[in-house]
Structure formats: structure tokens, C-alpha cells
Design a protein around this ligand. Structure first.
Ligand code: KQY
Length: 379
């Protein structure tokens, strides 16, 4: 498409709006996923299974892994062959936008592996940069190629004109060094159809994406934001989360509302073990990982499906409390915890490996009051 979504009357629906399905990609490369990616494949399978109970799931797989993935994934998952450099479809897949008639199109952002040769996580990334176009071909949606670098994990929208981002990521010179803050905001307005951009400062401490917002904060519904939190004043996350809270409390959304902030206390802190680091292949061009490295673990990196919220489980004492908070925020959905340390070892989590396809013709859900009594969270 030569135009932009906003000019054509399209905008990105919120993740908590209805979906026609969810896309994932199959993990394979042994320099990102330990032990030849087998533990990661088991985690991705568990996540796909949890989402499949709620909406159709498609998994893109290399030719080499097609049979293995087809055998391991549950029946009912659509498996299609797609070449990619890795499995982060939140960032390499399309952002689907929709118009008032419910028609859908896709935004294909430029991708540089989270920072290109200046802090990016691997080289090359040419196949990743083609993933969005391929998914849009398969889905039959027209494509807008955005003229700037952006990843789907670096934005969250409320579906009513508001977008959350971080300065650390969107203003990072390793993304769009020639664009000013005002130009980036204009790009978000054109390609997401939003009116108000709320800038948070830094993302989760030591997040290798340069601070993606999807690990730090997201909308649970219009006017309600979930924020990664810690009460530990000595933790590097403490000041980051405090600053984000201050900015959120000072902000107004696109409809002029104040935001309510819901805190999700982080787990851990969690670190990579020596054995985990040793079971990764070493490869020139790929960011090395070392035993003892702190990982950017956050419960905010969850996926909101039609009838479920699939949330990271780390085997941490805080797991259950995170599910209880989400049960209160999403009273009509099952809260499903899935062990996701293997995804975290690759540098992201459940939200980073999923991409929703909004339902055709669906209207945004109406915001409802948060009930006093939460629905029980599932482990
Ligand atoms: O935060 C995300 N959306 C993706 C994280 C990917 C990290 C790759 N090393």
C-alpha cells in the first residue's frame, strides 16, 4: 500500500479485543536456544497448546523442522513452512490494523534484530525482515511497509487511540538514528492510528531489546495499565519502575482519562546458570551468554487470548501472586501459567513469541469495572 493506515482509516486494535487466531514461529537455532532448541520446543508447544484452547494457532516452521514441529505440536495447530532467522513473531511478524468496517491490513515494520550491528542480538536478520510479508500473504491481507525500524514488542495500544512506548527503545540510536522524537511519534500516529503516545523511560533492567515496553507495561483494558514492579530498593529495576509509575500517573490517555496502575511484582532476580550457558552453541555474530548473567524476567510479558491469559511461570514464589493480580484484571478469562524459563533464556517471553490476528469486523470490547472478587487463577 502506498498510503498509511491512519490516512486509510485503519488502526491497531488492542490485544484484549477479539482475535481470529494467533501466530507463532518454531525455535530452532542452537546459538539462541540451548540443547539444540529441544527444551525451547517443549516450552513453545506448551504455550501453543494453552492458546489453542482459546483460539486457532498457526506456527511457522523451517523446512528442516517441519516434520518435527508437526509431530510435537498438538493436533489442530496449523503448521506452515516459513524461513526466519529466529522465533520472535511479536517483533518480526505484522501488526494488524483494522478499519471501521472490520477490514484488516498489516504493517510490516523494518527489522534490525534489536539494534543491528550496534547491540543487536544476531546477524544476519534478512529472513526475519521478510516474515511479516509472508504472514500477510498467507492471511491474504494488504501490506503497508513502514519506512522505519520498529518491533511489535516495543508498542502496546489500548485500541482507543493510546500507545505506550519507552524512550530507551524508540529513541535508541541503534533503531532510527535520523528520526527525532516528534518524527517517531508521527510515525506511530500514521502506522498505528493512535492519537496519544505515552513515553515511559527505560524498560526492564538488562533487557537485551533495549527496553521493549512489552516486558515492562501493558494495557489490561482502556485506562488500566499493568506495570512490572519491585519493592526492593537495591534492585536495578526499582528506580525504573518508580519512574514509569510516575509517568503513568501523570499521563492522560487519548480520551483524556487518568490511568490506573496495577503492579506485578517481578520474580527472582533470575540468572542464567553455568550449565545453561554451556549448552548453547557459540556462533560469531550472536550475542554471547554467560553463566551468572541476570535475565530480564517479568510477568508482564503475557499473551491475552480470547478466553485466556497465558502468563510466564518461573517456579518462583511470586508466580501465584502474579496470576492472582491478572485474575482480577481479566475476570472473564482463564489465567494459565506456563513454564517459560526456556523462552526467557532466549531473551524474551510469551508475549514476544506470539502475534494476534484481530477478528474481522469485531468492535472494541466495552471497558467494565474490575470486580472485587477475582476468578481463581490456574497454575
Ligand atoms: O521483547 C520481545 N518482544 C522479544 C525479545 C527478543 C529477544 C531476542 N534476543
Amino acid at each position: 500500500m502506498k498510503s498509511t493506515p491512519a490516512r486509510d482509516g485503519f488502526r491497531m486494535p488492542a490485544e484484549f479485543d477479539a482475535h481470529d487466531g494467533c501466530w507463532m514461529l518454531w525455535p530452532e537455532r542452537p546459538d539462541v536456544w540451548r540443547d539444540g532448541a529441544k527444551p525451547a520446543q517443549a516450552a513453545f508447544t506448551a504455550i501453543a497448546t494453552a492458546i489453542l484452547a482459546s483460539e486457532p494457532v498457526t506456527v511457522g516452521v523451517s523446512a528442516a523442522q517441519f516434520l518435527n514441529a508437526s509431530e510435537r505440536l498438538p493436533p489442530g495447530v496449523r503448521v506452515v513452512e516459513i524461513s526466519a532467522n529466529d522465533a520472535w513473531v511479536r517483533d518480526t511478524g505484522p501488526t494488524i490494523v483494522r478499519d471501521a468496517n472490520g477490514r484488516r491490513r498489516g504493517v510490516d515494520w523494518m527489522f534490525n534484530a534489536w539494534g543491528g550491528l550496534d547491540g543487536g542480538t544476531y546477524f544476519p536478520w534478512d529472513l526475519d525482515d521478510q516474515v511479516a510479508a509472508k504472514i500477510l500473504q498467507i492471511e491474504g491481507f494488504d501490506r503497508y511497509r513502514a519506512p522505519f525500524v520498529l518491533e511489535g514488542g516495543s508498542i502496546h495500544v489500548d485500541g482507543q487511540g493510546t500507545c505506550l512506548v519507552t524512550e530507551e527503545c524508540l529513541l535508541n540510536p541503534n533503531r532510527n538514528p535520523r528520526l527525532s522524537r516528534a518524527q517517531i511519534e508521527a510515525g506511530l500516529r500514521e502506522y498505528l492510528g493512535v492519537r496519544t503516545v505515552i513515553w515511559l523511560g527505560r524498560g526492564v533492567a538488562l533487557d537485551e531489546t533495549s527496553g521493549h515496553v512489552d516486558n515492562l507495561a501493558c494495557f489490561a483494558r482502556p485506562g488500566h495499565v499493568v506495570l512490572c514492579w519491585t519493592d526492593d530498593r537495591g534492585d536495578p529495576q526499582y528506580e525504573i519502575s518508580r519512574d514509569a509509575e510516575r509517568r503513568l500517573r501523570a499521563a492522560r490517555d487519548a480520551r483524556g482519562r487518568r490511568l490506573t496502575v496495577h503492579k506485578l511484582h517481578q520474580p527472582g532476580p533470575l540468572h542464567l546458570s553455568d550449565a545453561e550457558a554451556a549448552s548453547l552453541d557459540a556462533r560469531p555474530g550472536t550475542r554471547p551468554r554467560r553463566g551468572g548473567d541476570r535475565m530480564a524476567a517479568s510477568y508482564v510479558n503475557f499473551y491475552v487470548g480470547n478466553r485466556c491469559v497465558v502468563v510466564p511461570r518461573f517456579g518462583d514464589p511470586r508466580d501465584a501472586a502474579a496470576r492472582r493480580v491478572l485474575a482480577r484484571l481479566f475476570p472473564t478469562r482463564r489465567i494459565v501459567g506456563v513454564d517459560s524459563r526456556e523462552v526467557l533464556l532466549g531473551g524474551g517471553n510469551i508475549h514476544c513469541i506470539t502475534q494476534q490476528i484481530p477478528r474481522a469486523g469485531a468492535r472494541p470490547r466495552r471497558a467494565s469495572a474490575i470486580p472485587a472478587r477475582p476468578r481463581k487463577a490456574l497454575s
